[in-house]
Design a protein around this ligand. Structure first.
Ligand SMILES: Cc1ncc(COP(=O)(O)O)c(C=O)c1O
Length: 489
Protein backbone atom coordinates (compact mmCIF):
# COMPACT_ATOMS: atom_id res chain seq x y z
CA UNK A 1 0.00 0.00 0.00
CA UNK A 2 1.39 3.43 -0.89
CA UNK A 3 1.26 6.29 1.58
CA UNK A 4 -1.45 7.88 -0.49
CA UNK A 5 -3.76 4.86 -0.48
CA UNK A 6 -3.10 4.37 3.21
CA UNK A 7 -4.35 7.90 3.86
CA UNK A 8 -7.44 7.29 1.78
CA UNK A 9 -8.58 4.37 3.97
CA UNK A 10 -11.74 5.31 5.81
CA UNK A 11 -11.81 3.18 8.95
CA UNK A 12 -15.45 4.11 9.47
CA UNK A 13 -16.60 2.75 6.11
CA UNK A 14 -18.49 -0.49 5.87
CA UNK A 15 -16.40 -1.41 2.84
CA UNK A 16 -13.24 -1.22 4.96
CA UNK A 17 -14.71 -3.41 7.74
CA UNK A 18 -15.97 -5.92 5.16
CA UNK A 19 -12.58 -6.09 3.45
CA UNK A 20 -10.92 -6.80 6.81
CA UNK A 21 -13.44 -9.57 7.44
CA UNK A 22 -12.74 -11.06 4.03
CA UNK A 23 -9.02 -11.17 4.80
CA UNK A 24 -9.55 -12.66 8.28
CA UNK A 25 -8.19 -16.25 8.28
CA UNK A 26 -10.45 -17.09 11.26
CA UNK A 27 -13.66 -15.66 9.79
CA UNK A 28 -15.22 -19.10 9.18
CA UNK A 29 -15.41 -19.73 12.94
CA UNK A 30 -18.24 -17.23 13.24
CA UNK A 31 -20.64 -19.61 11.51
CA UNK A 32 -19.87 -22.24 14.15
CA UNK A 33 -21.66 -20.12 16.76
CA UNK A 34 -25.31 -19.21 17.15
CA UNK A 35 -25.55 -15.43 17.04
CA UNK A 36 -28.90 -14.31 18.47
CA UNK A 37 -31.09 -12.26 16.18
CA UNK A 38 -32.27 -8.85 17.36
CA UNK A 39 -35.87 -10.03 17.47
CA UNK A 40 -34.88 -13.11 19.50
CA UNK A 41 -33.11 -10.85 21.97
CA UNK A 42 -36.19 -8.75 22.46
CA UNK A 43 -38.68 -11.61 22.46
CA UNK A 44 -40.16 -12.93 25.71
CA UNK A 45 -40.97 -16.37 24.35
CA UNK A 46 -38.66 -19.28 23.57
CA UNK A 47 -39.57 -19.74 19.92
CA UNK A 48 -40.26 -16.40 18.27
CA UNK A 49 -42.52 -16.08 15.22
CA UNK A 50 -40.95 -16.78 11.86
CA UNK A 51 -39.21 -13.85 10.25
CA UNK A 52 -38.15 -13.51 6.67
CA UNK A 53 -34.72 -11.98 7.13
CA UNK A 54 -33.89 -11.84 10.79
CA UNK A 55 -30.97 -9.52 11.56
CA UNK A 56 -28.21 -10.88 13.77
CA UNK A 57 -27.44 -8.80 16.83
CA UNK A 58 -24.01 -7.30 17.44
CA UNK A 59 -22.72 -9.37 20.34
CA UNK A 60 -19.62 -8.01 22.08
CA UNK A 61 -20.22 -9.59 25.46
CA UNK A 62 -18.12 -12.78 25.40
CA UNK A 63 -16.29 -11.41 28.47
CA UNK A 64 -19.50 -12.02 30.40
CA UNK A 65 -21.14 -14.95 28.61
CA UNK A 66 -19.73 -16.50 25.46
CA UNK A 67 -22.07 -17.50 22.64
CA UNK A 68 -23.28 -21.03 22.09
CA UNK A 69 -21.25 -23.14 19.66
CA UNK A 70 -23.40 -25.07 17.19
CA UNK A 71 -21.57 -28.24 18.24
CA UNK A 72 -22.94 -27.91 21.78
CA UNK A 73 -26.49 -29.00 21.05
CA UNK A 74 -25.24 -31.84 18.82
CA UNK A 75 -22.99 -33.15 21.61
CA UNK A 76 -25.69 -32.61 24.24
CA UNK A 77 -28.00 -34.75 22.10
CA UNK A 78 -25.42 -37.54 22.25
CA UNK A 79 -25.23 -37.20 26.00
CA UNK A 80 -29.01 -37.09 26.48
CA UNK A 81 -29.51 -40.02 24.12
CA UNK A 82 -26.89 -42.07 25.97
CA UNK A 83 -28.55 -41.30 29.28
CA UNK A 84 -31.97 -42.17 27.82
CA UNK A 85 -30.88 -45.43 26.25
CA UNK A 86 -28.17 -46.70 28.56
CA UNK A 87 -29.06 -45.35 31.98
CA UNK A 88 -26.30 -46.15 34.45
CA UNK A 89 -24.35 -48.13 31.80
CA UNK A 90 -23.54 -44.73 30.28
CA UNK A 91 -20.77 -44.48 32.88
CA UNK A 92 -18.89 -47.40 31.34
CA UNK A 93 -20.13 -47.99 27.79
CA UNK A 94 -18.02 -46.97 24.81
CA UNK A 95 -20.46 -45.78 22.18
CA UNK A 96 -18.99 -45.90 18.72
CA UNK A 97 -20.89 -43.05 17.14
CA UNK A 98 -20.89 -40.73 20.14
CA UNK A 99 -18.55 -37.76 20.41
CA UNK A 100 -18.23 -38.45 24.13
CA UNK A 101 -16.32 -41.04 26.16
CA UNK A 102 -18.03 -43.13 28.86
CA UNK A 103 -19.01 -40.72 31.62
CA UNK A 104 -16.44 -42.20 33.96
CA UNK A 105 -13.74 -40.60 31.83
CA UNK A 106 -15.33 -37.29 30.81
CA UNK A 107 -12.99 -35.35 33.10
CA UNK A 108 -9.82 -37.01 31.79
CA UNK A 109 -11.04 -36.54 28.24
CA UNK A 110 -10.92 -32.73 28.39
CA UNK A 111 -7.76 -32.28 30.46
CA UNK A 112 -5.20 -32.32 27.64
CA UNK A 113 -7.04 -29.66 25.67
CA UNK A 114 -7.69 -27.54 28.74
CA UNK A 115 -3.98 -27.69 29.61
CA UNK A 116 -3.30 -26.30 26.20
CA UNK A 117 -5.58 -23.32 26.89
CA UNK A 118 -3.80 -22.34 30.11
CA UNK A 119 -0.25 -23.51 29.36
CA UNK A 120 -0.04 -26.32 31.89
CA UNK A 121 1.23 -29.87 32.06
CA UNK A 122 -1.34 -32.63 31.95
CA UNK A 123 -1.03 -33.36 35.65
CA UNK A 124 -1.53 -29.71 36.63
CA UNK A 125 -5.17 -29.12 35.64
CA UNK A 126 -8.48 -30.38 36.97
CA UNK A 127 -11.80 -29.50 35.39
CA UNK A 128 -14.12 -29.29 38.37
CA UNK A 129 -16.59 -27.29 40.45
CA UNK A 130 -16.88 -23.57 39.75
CA UNK A 131 -14.53 -20.63 39.99
CA UNK A 132 -15.25 -19.38 43.50
CA UNK A 133 -15.44 -22.93 44.85
CA UNK A 134 -12.07 -23.69 43.28
CA UNK A 135 -10.53 -20.56 44.81
CA UNK A 136 -11.74 -21.78 48.19
CA UNK A 137 -10.42 -25.28 47.61
CA UNK A 138 -7.05 -23.87 46.55
CA UNK A 139 -6.93 -21.55 49.56
CA UNK A 140 -7.78 -24.46 51.84
CA UNK A 141 -4.48 -25.94 50.67
CA UNK A 142 -2.37 -22.86 50.10
CA UNK A 143 -3.54 -20.35 52.65
CA UNK A 144 -1.97 -21.83 55.79
CA UNK A 145 -1.52 -18.83 58.07
CA UNK A 146 1.11 -18.86 60.79
CA UNK A 147 1.81 -16.47 63.65
CA UNK A 148 4.41 -14.75 61.45
CA UNK A 149 2.63 -14.80 58.08
CA UNK A 150 -1.12 -14.50 57.79
CA UNK A 151 -2.01 -11.55 55.55
CA UNK A 152 -3.55 -11.83 52.09
CA UNK A 153 -2.90 -9.22 49.39
CA UNK A 154 -5.77 -8.71 46.96
CA UNK A 155 -7.03 -5.75 44.93
CA UNK A 156 -9.42 -3.33 46.59
CA UNK A 157 -11.66 -3.57 43.52
CA UNK A 158 -11.44 -7.34 43.17
CA UNK A 159 -14.50 -9.10 41.80
CA UNK A 160 -16.79 -9.27 44.86
CA UNK A 161 -16.80 -13.07 44.92
CA UNK A 162 -13.00 -13.09 45.30
CA UNK A 163 -13.23 -10.46 48.03
CA UNK A 164 -15.83 -12.52 49.89
CA UNK A 165 -13.83 -15.71 49.45
CA UNK A 166 -10.67 -14.14 50.87
CA UNK A 167 -12.54 -12.42 53.68
CA UNK A 168 -14.24 -15.66 54.66
CA UNK A 169 -10.95 -17.58 54.57
CA UNK A 170 -9.50 -15.05 57.01
CA UNK A 171 -12.53 -15.30 59.28
CA UNK A 172 -12.35 -19.08 59.03
CA UNK A 173 -8.83 -18.87 60.48
CA UNK A 174 -9.91 -16.35 63.15
CA UNK A 175 -8.11 -13.46 61.46
CA UNK A 176 -9.52 -9.96 61.30
CA UNK A 177 -10.07 -8.96 57.65
CA UNK A 178 -9.70 -5.28 58.58
CA UNK A 179 -6.04 -5.79 59.42
CA UNK A 180 -5.24 -8.97 57.51
CA UNK A 181 -6.51 -8.09 54.05
CA UNK A 182 -4.12 -5.80 52.21
CA UNK A 183 -6.12 -4.04 49.52
CA UNK A 184 -4.32 -2.75 46.45
CA UNK A 185 -5.97 0.52 45.41
CA UNK A 186 -5.15 2.49 42.25
CA UNK A 187 -2.89 5.46 42.97
CA UNK A 188 -5.03 7.71 40.78
CA UNK A 189 -8.81 7.11 41.00
CA UNK A 190 -9.18 8.69 37.53
CA UNK A 191 -6.91 5.99 36.13
CA UNK A 192 -7.85 2.76 37.91
CA UNK A 193 -4.88 0.75 36.63
CA UNK A 194 -2.53 -0.99 39.06
CA UNK A 195 1.01 -0.69 37.82
CA UNK A 196 3.41 -3.60 38.27
CA UNK A 197 5.69 -1.19 40.13
CA UNK A 198 2.92 -0.47 42.65
CA UNK A 199 2.07 -4.15 43.10
CA UNK A 200 5.71 -5.08 43.69
CA UNK A 201 6.10 -2.20 46.17
CA UNK A 202 3.01 -3.38 48.10
CA UNK A 203 4.41 -6.91 48.19
CA UNK A 204 7.70 -5.55 49.55
CA UNK A 205 5.95 -3.48 52.19
CA UNK A 206 3.97 -6.41 53.61
CA UNK A 207 6.26 -9.28 52.62
CA UNK A 208 7.21 -10.41 56.11
CA UNK A 209 3.63 -10.90 57.23
CA UNK A 210 1.99 -12.00 53.97
CA UNK A 211 1.03 -15.60 53.28
CA UNK A 212 -0.87 -15.25 50.01
CA UNK A 213 -1.26 -12.97 46.99
CA UNK A 214 -4.43 -13.41 44.92
CA UNK A 215 -4.86 -11.36 41.75
CA UNK A 216 -6.85 -11.56 38.53
CA UNK A 217 -5.08 -12.34 35.25
CA UNK A 218 -7.34 -9.76 33.64
CA UNK A 219 -9.14 -7.26 35.85
CA UNK A 220 -12.88 -7.56 35.25
CA UNK A 221 -13.65 -3.81 35.43
CA UNK A 222 -10.70 -2.22 33.66
CA UNK A 223 -9.67 -5.07 31.35
CA UNK A 224 -6.05 -4.72 32.52
CA UNK A 225 -3.86 -7.80 31.94
CA UNK A 226 -1.36 -8.20 34.74
CA UNK A 227 2.26 -9.18 34.33
CA UNK A 228 1.75 -12.65 35.77
CA UNK A 229 5.36 -13.96 35.54
CA UNK A 230 6.99 -10.85 37.04
CA UNK A 231 4.51 -10.51 39.90
CA UNK A 232 4.53 -14.24 40.63
CA UNK A 233 8.33 -14.47 40.73
CA UNK A 234 8.64 -11.39 42.92
CA UNK A 235 6.07 -12.50 45.49
CA UNK A 236 7.47 -16.02 45.60
CA UNK A 237 10.97 -14.66 46.16
CA UNK A 238 9.57 -13.18 49.40
CA UNK A 239 8.05 -16.50 50.47
CA UNK A 240 4.48 -15.65 49.41
CA UNK A 241 2.20 -18.16 47.70
CA UNK A 242 0.64 -16.78 44.50
CA UNK A 243 -2.81 -17.58 43.06
CA UNK A 244 -4.52 -16.13 39.98
CA UNK A 245 -8.19 -15.75 39.11
CA UNK A 246 -8.26 -16.31 35.35
CA UNK A 247 -11.98 -15.77 34.75
CA UNK A 248 -11.29 -13.15 32.07
CA UNK A 249 -8.01 -14.56 30.83
CA UNK A 250 -8.77 -18.23 30.07
CA UNK A 251 -9.47 -18.63 26.36
CA UNK A 252 -8.68 -14.93 25.88
CA UNK A 253 -4.91 -14.71 26.41
CA UNK A 254 -2.16 -17.22 25.70
CA UNK A 255 -1.07 -18.32 29.18
CA UNK A 256 1.96 -20.28 30.43
CA UNK A 257 0.98 -21.18 33.97
CA UNK A 258 3.56 -23.94 34.32
CA UNK A 259 6.46 -21.90 32.97
CA UNK A 260 5.39 -18.86 34.98
CA UNK A 261 5.64 -21.06 38.06
CA UNK A 262 2.19 -20.00 39.32
CA UNK A 263 1.25 -21.83 42.53
CA UNK A 264 -2.45 -22.13 41.73
CA UNK A 265 -5.08 -20.61 39.48
CA UNK A 266 -8.80 -21.00 38.91
CA UNK A 267 -11.13 -20.00 36.09
CA UNK A 268 -14.62 -20.40 34.71
CA UNK A 269 -15.67 -21.69 31.30
CA UNK A 270 -18.68 -19.52 30.52
CA UNK A 271 -16.84 -16.43 29.22
CA UNK A 272 -14.29 -16.84 26.43
CA UNK A 273 -14.63 -20.63 26.67
CA UNK A 274 -18.28 -20.54 25.59
CA UNK A 275 -19.62 -23.39 27.75
CA UNK A 276 -22.83 -21.76 28.96
CA UNK A 277 -23.89 -19.98 32.15
CA UNK A 278 -22.48 -21.41 35.38
CA UNK A 279 -20.66 -24.17 33.55
CA UNK A 280 -17.84 -26.15 35.12
CA UNK A 281 -14.63 -24.41 36.26
CA UNK A 282 -10.93 -25.18 36.10
CA UNK A 283 -8.16 -25.47 38.67
CA UNK A 284 -4.41 -25.33 38.09
CA UNK A 285 -2.00 -26.54 40.75
CA UNK A 286 1.68 -26.46 39.92
CA UNK A 287 3.15 -29.94 39.79
CA UNK A 288 5.60 -29.19 42.60
CA UNK A 289 2.58 -29.16 44.95
CA UNK A 290 0.87 -32.27 43.63
CA UNK A 291 3.21 -35.11 44.48
CA UNK A 292 1.83 -38.02 46.49
CA UNK A 293 4.05 -40.51 48.28
CA UNK A 294 3.06 -44.15 48.19
CA UNK A 295 0.92 -45.29 51.10
CA UNK A 296 2.08 -48.22 53.12
CA UNK A 297 -0.18 -50.55 55.08
CA UNK A 298 0.74 -48.67 58.24
CA UNK A 299 0.80 -45.06 57.08
CA UNK A 300 -1.13 -42.64 54.96
CA UNK A 301 0.50 -41.26 51.84
CA UNK A 302 2.13 -37.87 52.15
CA UNK A 303 0.58 -35.03 50.10
CA UNK A 304 -0.35 -31.33 50.21
CA UNK A 305 -3.28 -31.00 52.62
CA UNK A 306 -6.64 -30.37 50.99
CA UNK A 307 -10.39 -30.68 51.34
CA UNK A 308 -11.08 -34.03 49.76
CA UNK A 309 -13.79 -36.02 48.03
CA UNK A 310 -13.97 -39.43 46.38
CA UNK A 311 -13.34 -38.14 42.84
CA UNK A 312 -9.89 -36.93 43.89
CA UNK A 313 -8.90 -40.35 45.13
CA UNK A 314 -6.91 -42.85 43.10
CA UNK A 315 -9.03 -43.91 40.14
CA UNK A 316 -8.16 -47.60 40.32
CA UNK A 317 -9.49 -47.93 43.87
CA UNK A 318 -12.26 -45.33 43.64
CA UNK A 319 -15.00 -47.93 43.65
CA UNK A 320 -13.37 -50.14 46.28
CA UNK A 321 -15.20 -48.08 48.89
CA UNK A 322 -12.33 -48.21 51.31
CA UNK A 323 -11.66 -45.32 53.62
CA UNK A 324 -8.10 -44.57 52.63
CA UNK A 325 -7.97 -41.35 50.62
CA UNK A 326 -5.07 -41.66 48.20
CA UNK A 327 -5.09 -38.57 46.03
CA UNK A 328 -4.51 -38.76 42.32
CA UNK A 329 -1.02 -37.35 41.83
CA UNK A 330 -1.71 -34.08 40.06
CA UNK A 331 -4.37 -31.39 40.21
CA UNK A 332 -6.96 -34.14 39.69
CA UNK A 333 -6.38 -35.01 43.33
CA UNK A 334 -8.28 -31.85 44.29
CA UNK A 335 -11.53 -33.07 42.67
CA UNK A 336 -14.42 -33.68 45.03
CA UNK A 337 -17.42 -35.03 43.15
CA UNK A 338 -18.24 -36.82 39.97
CA UNK A 339 -18.52 -33.99 37.44
CA UNK A 340 -21.65 -32.85 35.63
CA UNK A 341 -21.64 -34.67 32.29
CA UNK A 342 -23.82 -31.93 30.78
CA UNK A 343 -21.11 -29.39 31.66
CA UNK A 344 -18.32 -31.62 30.40
CA UNK A 345 -20.22 -32.11 27.17
CA UNK A 346 -20.42 -28.36 26.66
CA UNK A 347 -16.71 -28.10 27.39
CA UNK A 348 -15.91 -30.89 24.93
CA UNK A 349 -17.77 -28.98 22.20
CA UNK A 350 -16.00 -25.74 23.08
CA UNK A 351 -12.54 -27.28 23.12
CA UNK A 352 -13.17 -29.05 19.82
CA UNK A 353 -13.53 -25.59 18.31
CA UNK A 354 -10.40 -24.24 20.01
CA UNK A 355 -8.57 -27.32 18.70
CA UNK A 356 -9.22 -26.22 15.12
CA UNK A 357 -7.06 -23.14 15.60
CA UNK A 358 -4.40 -21.94 18.01
CA UNK A 359 -4.35 -19.44 20.84
CA UNK A 360 -1.57 -17.61 19.00
CA UNK A 361 -3.81 -17.16 15.93
CA UNK A 362 -6.74 -16.09 18.10
CA UNK A 363 -4.57 -13.62 19.98
CA UNK A 364 -3.24 -12.15 16.72
CA UNK A 365 -6.78 -11.49 15.53
CA UNK A 366 -7.83 -10.27 18.97
CA UNK A 367 -5.06 -7.65 19.10
CA UNK A 368 -6.04 -6.37 15.66
CA UNK A 369 -9.79 -6.36 16.36
CA UNK A 370 -9.54 -4.66 19.74
CA UNK A 371 -7.04 -2.22 18.22
CA UNK A 372 -9.62 -1.40 15.54
CA UNK A 373 -12.25 -0.80 18.22
CA UNK A 374 -9.88 1.52 20.05
CA UNK A 375 -8.99 3.44 16.88
CA UNK A 376 -12.64 3.98 15.98
CA UNK A 377 -13.50 5.14 19.49
CA UNK A 378 -10.57 7.55 19.62
CA UNK A 379 -11.52 8.90 16.20
CA UNK A 380 -15.13 9.51 17.29
CA UNK A 381 -14.40 13.16 17.99
CA UNK A 382 -18.08 14.14 17.76
CA UNK A 383 -18.72 12.36 21.08
CA UNK A 384 -15.26 12.65 22.64
CA UNK A 385 -16.58 14.42 25.74
CA UNK A 386 -18.93 11.54 26.50
CA UNK A 387 -16.38 8.87 27.38
CA UNK A 388 -12.82 7.79 28.00
CA UNK A 389 -11.20 4.37 27.66
CA UNK A 390 -9.80 3.13 30.98
CA UNK A 391 -8.23 -0.09 29.66
CA UNK A 392 -4.48 0.25 29.04
CA UNK A 393 -3.67 1.35 25.50
CA UNK A 394 -0.73 -1.08 25.33
CA UNK A 395 -2.04 -4.30 23.71
CA UNK A 396 0.36 -6.29 25.91
CA UNK A 397 -1.56 -5.09 28.94
CA UNK A 398 -5.04 -6.05 27.80
CA UNK A 399 -7.01 -8.86 26.22
CA UNK A 400 -10.11 -8.58 24.05
CA UNK A 401 -12.00 -6.16 26.32
CA UNK A 402 -12.05 -2.38 26.32
CA UNK A 403 -13.74 -0.70 29.27
CA UNK A 404 -15.32 2.58 28.33
CA UNK A 405 -16.07 5.02 31.13
CA UNK A 406 -19.01 7.29 30.37
CA UNK A 407 -19.42 10.84 31.65
CA UNK A 408 -21.73 11.01 34.66
CA UNK A 409 -25.42 10.63 33.91
CA UNK A 410 -25.05 8.92 30.50
CA UNK A 411 -24.90 5.20 31.31
CA UNK A 412 -28.62 4.37 31.48
CA UNK A 413 -29.52 6.12 28.25
CA UNK A 414 -26.52 4.79 26.36
CA UNK A 415 -27.35 1.23 27.44
CA UNK A 416 -30.99 1.78 26.51
CA UNK A 417 -30.14 2.80 22.94
CA UNK A 418 -27.59 -0.02 22.52
CA UNK A 419 -30.09 -2.58 23.73
CA UNK A 420 -32.87 -1.27 21.51
CA UNK A 421 -30.64 -1.49 18.47
CA UNK A 422 -29.51 -5.03 19.25
CA UNK A 423 -25.97 -4.21 20.38
CA UNK A 424 -25.02 -6.37 23.35
CA UNK A 425 -22.32 -5.19 25.75
CA UNK A 426 -22.44 -5.11 29.52
CA UNK A 427 -22.36 -2.40 32.11
CA UNK A 428 -20.50 -2.14 35.36
CA UNK A 429 -21.91 0.58 37.56
CA UNK A 430 -21.45 3.38 38.21
CA UNK A 431 -20.25 4.35 34.75
CA UNK A 432 -18.45 1.68 32.71
CA UNK A 433 -19.50 -0.36 29.71
CA UNK A 434 -17.34 -3.30 28.76
CA UNK A 435 -16.95 -4.10 25.07
CA UNK A 436 -15.24 -7.35 24.14
CA UNK A 437 -14.74 -8.45 20.54
CA UNK A 438 -14.15 -12.21 20.88
CA UNK A 439 -11.89 -13.35 18.04
CA UNK A 440 -13.69 -16.67 17.55
CA UNK A 441 -16.95 -15.11 16.44
CA UNK A 442 -16.66 -11.33 16.22
CA UNK A 443 -15.81 -9.41 13.09
CA UNK A 444 -14.60 -5.98 12.02
CA UNK A 445 -18.17 -5.31 10.88
CA UNK A 446 -19.42 -6.02 14.43
CA UNK A 447 -16.95 -3.52 15.83
CA UNK A 448 -17.90 -0.89 13.28
CA UNK A 449 -21.62 -1.35 13.97
CA UNK A 450 -21.01 -1.06 17.70
CA UNK A 451 -19.17 2.24 17.29
CA UNK A 452 -21.84 3.62 14.93
CA UNK A 453 -24.62 2.82 17.40
CA UNK A 454 -22.51 3.90 20.39
CA UNK A 455 -22.02 7.35 18.84
CA UNK A 456 -25.76 7.69 18.28
CA UNK A 457 -26.34 6.51 21.85
CA UNK A 458 -23.87 9.04 23.28
CA UNK A 459 -25.47 11.90 21.35
CA UNK A 460 -28.93 10.84 22.42
CA UNK A 461 -27.88 10.44 26.07
CA UNK A 462 -26.09 13.83 26.12
CA UNK A 463 -29.13 15.54 24.57
CA UNK A 464 -31.35 14.02 27.24
CA UNK A 465 -28.92 15.01 29.97
CA UNK A 466 -28.67 18.59 28.68
CA UNK A 467 -32.43 18.79 28.38
CA UNK A 468 -32.80 17.58 31.96
CA UNK A 469 -30.25 20.11 33.15
CA UNK A 470 -32.03 22.93 31.29
CA UNK A 471 -35.36 21.89 32.80
CA UNK A 472 -33.63 21.70 36.17
CA UNK A 473 -32.20 25.18 35.92
CA UNK A 474 -35.60 26.53 34.80
CA UNK A 475 -37.06 24.93 37.90
CA UNK A 476 -34.30 26.43 40.01
CA UNK A 477 -35.04 29.84 38.62
CA UNK A 478 -38.77 29.37 39.19
CA UNK A 479 -38.15 27.63 42.48
CA UNK A 480 -36.51 30.67 43.95
CA UNK A 481 -39.80 32.54 43.75
CA UNK A 482 -42.60 30.10 44.14
CA UNK A 483 -41.49 26.42 44.47
CA UNK A 484 -38.47 26.31 46.73
CA UNK A 485 -34.97 24.72 46.13
CA UNK A 486 -35.94 21.28 47.32
CA UNK A 487 -37.77 20.55 44.06
CA UNK A 488 -34.55 20.28 42.07
CA UNK A 489 -32.64 17.83 44.26
C1 LIG B 1 -13.15 -12.14 37.99
C2 LIG B 1 -14.24 -13.03 38.47
N1 LIG B 1 -14.04 -13.75 39.60
C3 LIG B 1 -15.00 -14.56 40.10
C4 LIG B 1 -16.21 -14.69 39.45
C5 LIG B 1 -17.26 -15.60 40.06
O1 LIG B 1 -17.40 -16.74 39.28
P1 LIG B 1 -18.32 -17.99 39.73
O2 LIG B 1 -19.69 -17.46 39.92
O3 LIG B 1 -18.23 -18.91 38.56
O4 LIG B 1 -17.75 -18.54 40.98
C6 LIG B 1 -16.45 -13.98 38.26
C7 LIG B 1 -17.73 -14.10 37.58
O5 LIG B 1 -18.00 -13.49 36.57
C8 LIG B 1 -15.43 -13.13 37.77
O6 LIG B 1 -15.62 -12.40 36.68
Amino acid sequence: MTDQTKKAVDLFSEAYARSQDEQDPLSSFRSQFIIPTISDLHSKILVPTFQDQPQQCTYLCGNSLGLQPRLTSQYQQHYLHTWATKGVYGHFTEIEDSKLPPWLHVDDDVIGDMCHVVGAKKNEVAVMQTLTANLHLAMASFYRPTAERWKIIIEGKAFPSDHYAVESQLLHHNKDPATSMILLEPEDPENPILSTRQILATIDKHADQTALLLLPGIQFYTGQFFDIPTITAHAQSKGIVVGWDLAHAAGNMPLQLHDWNVDFAAWCSYKYLNCGPGSIGGLFVHERHTKVSTASSSSRPDYTPRLSGWWGSDKSSRFAMENLFTPIAGAGGWQLSNPSVADMTALRASLDIFNKTSLAALRKKSVALTGYLEKLLLASTDVKDCFSIITPSDPEQRGAQLSVRLSPGLLDNVMHVLENKGVVVDERRPDVIRVAPAPLYNSWSDVLRFVQVFREACKDASDKKNQKQTEGSVMVEGGKDDKGWSEVK
